[in-house]
Ligand binder design. Structure first.
Ligand SMILES: *[C@@H]1O[C@H](CO)[C@@H](O)[C@H](O)[C@H]1NC(C)=O
Ligand SMILES: *[C@@H]1O[C@H](CO)[C@@H](O)[C@H](O)[C@H]1NC(C)=O
Ligand SMILES: *[C@@H]1O[C@H](CO)[C@@H](O)[C@H](O)[C@H]1NC(C)=O
Ligand SMILES: *[C@@H]1O[C@H](CO)[C@@H](O)[C@H](O)[C@H]1NC(C)=O
Ligand SMILES: *[C@@H]1O[C@H](CO)[C@@H](O)[C@H](O)[C@H]1NC(C)=O
Length: 345
């Protein structure tokens, strides 16, 4: 008599012997998919591991069959992300990145004066390519600079198409008699415009005034302008105080206003003085008068110490003041020693 329980038990053993044990759900593998994915597999059933899009491995896939033991074989498949071409350098700009592998995104920026021709960022795709294409940093360009009124372009080297790139300069010149106000040089900025343009303005100077005891010559024109010149001179015995030639400056002023200064007559009859480093007899050296601005040193006595010292005197527009310490002897007082014959203090 075979008990039903024994039949059940032996059929279970048979099952073990012929069908083996079932395999469990296979392990998850990073960046890979399993097909078909189930919670259990009969011995003999097959599964396939494949890397997910954007990931690769040596050999690409693994096929396994559920063994009778019910234990999946060791899986050595390793899926790694695809690597996009190196994109770490952007000329005239910078690239920000963590890695060049799928599915990372890298971002771009350009240096001042350059703009991004292309997109701000690109992604490494499943195919291992950058999408969209990598951009370039192109220089900012400026249109030809506008020419100020009464000016001409003195120096300008445009590119083909008349534009200029960032940093290039143009130089203006004012047409005479216009005067430049501002900087003659303009520069193409990072904004694609030019720095502030100069201005050319007309500058007039008043007619020069004739100096007392002298004259002034200037061009016979209805108006005198920037850079026009005038020349001054003085009548006999008068000396020009200032330059002979003056120029109308950019402020509408003359560079100087010379005047004529009178010369001095010398009241001293007899004295030795120092003039331009040399001892001279004042009555001989300046018998025609002393010119405005000329300077001499008189000798004076120090009675206590019986020595001499000097004091200066200058001709200033007809006035010549003799130092008070100077004493002129009567020509009869021959026994007295003159200060200029005494030893210096
Ligand atoms: C900007 O990119 C486009 C397309 O790549 C190209 O045709 C063009 O010449 C580029 N411009 C500059 C200024 O680089
Ligand atoms: C460049 O400028 C000149 C003078 O302003 C003009 O004659 C010429 O047609 C311009 N060329 C282009 C390509 O714009
Ligand atoms: C004019 O501008 C140029 C460049 O922009 C600068 O180098 C120069 O010093 C400026 N000149 C004056 C007089 O400001
Ligand atoms: C140039 O453009 C920038 C930005 O638009 C502006 O701020 C600047 O004032 C402009 N410069 C001149 C000289 O027009
Ligand atoms: C012209 O020069 C005078 C003196 O030299 C000065 O006082 C005046 O301010 C100047 N005028 C201008 C417009 O610079």
């Amino acid at each position: 008599m075979i008990s039903p329980a024994l039949i059940l038990f032996s059929s279970f053993l048979c099952h073990l012997a012929f069908a083996g044990r079932t395999c469990p759900r296979p392990d998850d593998l990073p960046f890979a998919t399993v097909t078909p994915l189930k919670t259990s597999y009969e011995p003999g059933e097959q599964i396939v591991y494949v890397c997910k899009p954007g990931y690769v491995s040596r050999g690409d896939m693994r096929r396994f069959t559920c063994p009778f033991s019910g234990v999946w074989p060791v899986n050595t498949l390793k899926c790694t992300p695809r690597v996009c071409p190196f994109a770490g350098i952007l000329e005239n700009g910078a690239v920000r990145y963590v890695s060049f592998t799928y599915p990372n995104t890298i971002t771009f920026s350009c240096n001042s004066g350059f703009y991004l021709n292309g997109t701000k960022s690109a992604q490494c795709t499943e195919e291992g390519k950058w999408s969209p294409d990598l951009p370039v940093c192109a220089p900012v360009t400026c249109p030809p600079p506008p020419t100020p009124k009464f000016a001409v372009l003195d120096a300008y080297e445009p590119l083909a198409g008349n534009s200029s790139v960032y940093g290039k300069q143009a130089v203006f010149k004012c047409l005479p008699p216009y005067v430049m106000f501002g900087n003659d040089t303009v520069t193409c900025t990072a904004h694609g415009n030019w720095t502030e343009l100069p201005e050319c303005r007309e500058v007039k100077c008043p007619f020069p005034v004739r100096p007392d005891n002298g004259f002034v010559n200037y061009p016979a024109k209805t108006a005198l302008h920037y850079k026009d010149k005038a020349t001054y001179g003085c009548h006999d015995t008068y000396v020009l105080d200032g330059p002979e030639e003056v120029e109308c400056n950019q402020f509408g002023n003359w560079s100087a206003q010379p005047s004529c200064k009178a010369s001095c007559t010398i009241s001293v009859k007899k004295a030795t003085v120092i003039f331009e480093g040399e001892r001279v007899k004042i009555q001989e050296k300046f018998k025609n008068g002393m010119l405005h601005g000329q300077k001499v040193s008189f000798f004076c006595k120090n009675k206590e110490k019986k020595c001499s010292y000097t004091e200066d005197a200058q001709c200033l527009d007809g006035t010549f003041e003799i130092p008070t310490c100077f004493k002129e002897h009567s020509s009869l007082a021959f026994w007295k020693t003159d200060a200029w014959d005494m030893k210096p203090c």
